[in-house]
Every structure is written in structure tokens, then in C-alpha cells.
Design a protein around this ligand. Structure first.
Ligand code: GCU
Length: 325
């Protein structure tokens, strides 16, 4: 999208003063997401079912990940494009269960035929199987499988960790390659995708869709969700100390264009929706503009589409076109 096509107010908005390249992954761990502990490795990937398809084969695996205090089991759903071997893989977590992405309430967010036609495999896991999305979880997630002193990672950090384990799982499956891997996520899972992309260099492209506050949107751009709102409703997502910045966004040592810059020179694609005010599409656009000096030769891309907070086939198509470049 060219600047000329953007609403005038977007072009006039001010950019943050913090230089794009001045913050590190450690700074983001300390301030927002918490430190990801080391350890946790895939010990077993068992094929549960395989259905042949015209455009993509559908495979289900059960993977075991050995963590310091026990095992985590993940049920993955993989769509493997017919005719591309080995296929590069997109890792994208889902909200309500693998089957819902096929013919349930999430199906419109998962245009499997278009993804296969672009030559990509896509591997998904129910994000709640990695870590419950609950301030007081009644079932343990991966954070309970690491000793407390391993870090104070939030749930977003746990989901990001899970995306990296999905890549480990992909590496154990025939017909796939982790070269050219993509991390993609919508909304809270877009925040997780960005944090996964910043930490795991195997992801050569990170796609954030409507990720908003603590995702691709600038803290310093007023509008949409702020730290007070996100830390009071979702205290389990980030380090507890983030709430100390409620109402004090301008005193944060970092801002989110710097998270995008942490991913450079690997590529980033940010997708926004015009009516998604809560995710602050202008703040997302300005983060991309402010991060651009850290990327070379079109390494960062952006689109804003009509409509509201959702992951649509249109978003996938733009991201896939960027991925194929
Ligand atoms: C809430 C939350 C957002 C989040 C979104 C989602 O709206 O405030 O930060 O991105 O849920 O995950 O759908």
C-alpha cells in the first residue's frame, strides 16, 4: 500500500522518537513478555491420521515435548500441499481447536485451499493446549512444566514458545521443510507470532494480523487498547510489572516498532483492518513506518483492508503474496 492511498490523518501522525534498532529481545523480555526459559524438546511425533486431498493432504500428529517438570502433549493439524515437496511451513496457532479450522466456527479464517495453492504447508495447534488463556488456570499449561525460577514468562510468551516447538515438530515430519518458515497469528496470537519471530531465527517471515496493543501497534500512538486496559483484563499475558506503565506509555523504555526491528533482517508483514479501532490500525501503520529503516529492500510489508477485527482470506492472500516475493 502506498502512502498516497492512506487517509491524510495517518500521514500526518507523528512517529515515535525511539530509534528502531535501539531495543533488544532482552529489553522486550524484561518489559513485556517475560523471559522464555531454555529447554523443552520434542521427543516424539506420532502420525494419528492422514487424509488424502486434491490440493492438500490433511495429517494429524500427536507430539510429546519433554520439559523439566513433565511432558506436554500437542495435537497438531497439518495441511500439506500436493505437488510441492518439500513445502515450506506456516506455523499459526488457532483459538478453538483444530477441527474448528476445517468446518467449524473458525473455518473462514483458514483458507486451506488458497494456502496450498501458494505452495505452503500450514501447521496449527489449539493455543490453549500450550497454555490456558486464563489468569487462574485450572488445568496446567507449559508454564507449570518449568521451575518458577526459569522466568516470569506470560501466556503470550508461552504461546510463542509453542510456535517454536511447532517448528521442531514440523522438522520431524516428511514432506516439509523448516527452511523458509513463517510465523503467523491473529490478534492475541499475532502478539505471540511477533514474539516468536523476534526470538526464533528459523522464522524467516513473521505475519501479524490485527495484533494491536503489545503486538504491532505503537504504545505511543493514542487510540485503541492501552496498557491499563490490557493488563487489567489479561494480567496473565505479560510480566506483572507491565501494569506499572498503565497511563505512563510515554515512559516505557521501548515501543513496538522496535519489536518489529528486532526481527530484521528477517521479514515482517503487518496486516490491519480499518474498523478495528481496538487494535489501532493507525498505530500499527506508524510502527511499520518507524521500523522500516531497520529493514532492507522491502523487508517489511503492510496492508490495511476494509472491515473489522478478523483474519480473512484477503489477509492471507496479501501475506502469501509477500511471502512468495
Ligand atoms: C481482546 C484484547 C486484545 C486481543 C483480542 C484478541 O480484544 O483486548 O488485546 O488482541 O482480544 O485476541 O482477539
Amino acid at each position: 500500500m502506498t502512502d498516497a492511498a492512506l487517509p491524510e490523518a495517518w500521514q500526518r501522525a507523528e512517529l515515535p522518537e525511539l530509534p528502531a534498532g535501539a531495543a533488544s529481545v532482552d529489553d522486550f523480555a524484561r518489559t513485556i513478555y517475560g523471559r522464555t526459559p531454555t529447554g523443552g524438546h520434542v521427543t516424539d511425533v506420532v502420525l494419528r491420521s492422514r487424509e488424502e486431498g486434491e490440493l492438500a493432504h490433511r495429517l494429524r500428529h500427536r507430539a510429546t515435548i519433554s520439559c523439566p517438570l513433565g511432558d506436554l502433549e500437542l495435537d497438531t493439524l497439518l495441511h500439506l500441499p500436493v505437488g510441492t515437496t518439500p513445502a515450506p511451513v506456516i506455523v499459526a496457532l488457532n483459538f478453538t481447536g483444530n477441527d474448528q479450522t476445517i468446518d467449524g466456527d473458525q473455518a473462514q479464517r483458514w483458507p486451506y485451499a488458497a494456502i496450498a495453492a501458494a505452495g505452503y504447508a500450514v501447521l496449527t495447534v489449539d493455543y490453549r493446549q500450550i497454555e490456558p488463556d486464563d489468569p487462574a488456570p485450572t488445568t496446567p499449561g507449559v508454564r507449570a512444566l518449568f521451575p518458577a525460577e526459569a522466568g516470569s514468562w506470560g501466556a503470550v510468551g508461552a504461546w510463542a514458545w509453542g510456535m517454536s516447538r511447532c517448528l521442531d515438530i514440523a522438522a520431524a515430519i516428511d514432506g516439509l521443510t523448516t527452511a523458509g518458515a513463517v510465523a503467523l497469528g491473529h490478534s492475541r496470537l499475532g502478539k505471540a507470532a511477533l514474539w516468536a519471530g523476534a526470538q526464533d531465527e528459523r522464522f524467516v517471515l513473521t505475519v501479524s494480523n490485527d495484533s494491536g496493543c503489545c503486538g504491532a501497534s505503537l504504545f505511543r500512538h493514542p487510540g485503541g487498547e492501552d496498557i491499563a486496559a490490557i493488563t487489567s483484563r489479561f494480567p496473565h499475558w505479560f510480566v506483572p510489572s507491565l501494569s506499572a506503565y498503565a497511563g505512563l506509555e510515554k515512559s516505557l523504555p521501548i515501543d513496538q516498532h522496535q519489536l518489529l526491528a528486532c526481527i530484521a533482517p528477517r521479514r515482517v508483514y503487518v496486516a490491519s483492518a480499518e474498523d478495528d479501532a481496538w487494535a489501532d490500525p493507525i498505530g500499527e501503520y506508524l510502527a511499520v513506518v518507524a521500523a522500516t529503516p531497520a529493514f532492507e529492500g522491502g523487508g517489511i510489508g503492510y496492508h490495511v483492508r476494509a472491515g473489522g477485527h478478523d483474519l480473512l482470506e484477503e489477509d492471507w492472500r496479501h501475506a502469501l503474496t509477500f511471502a512468495q516475493r
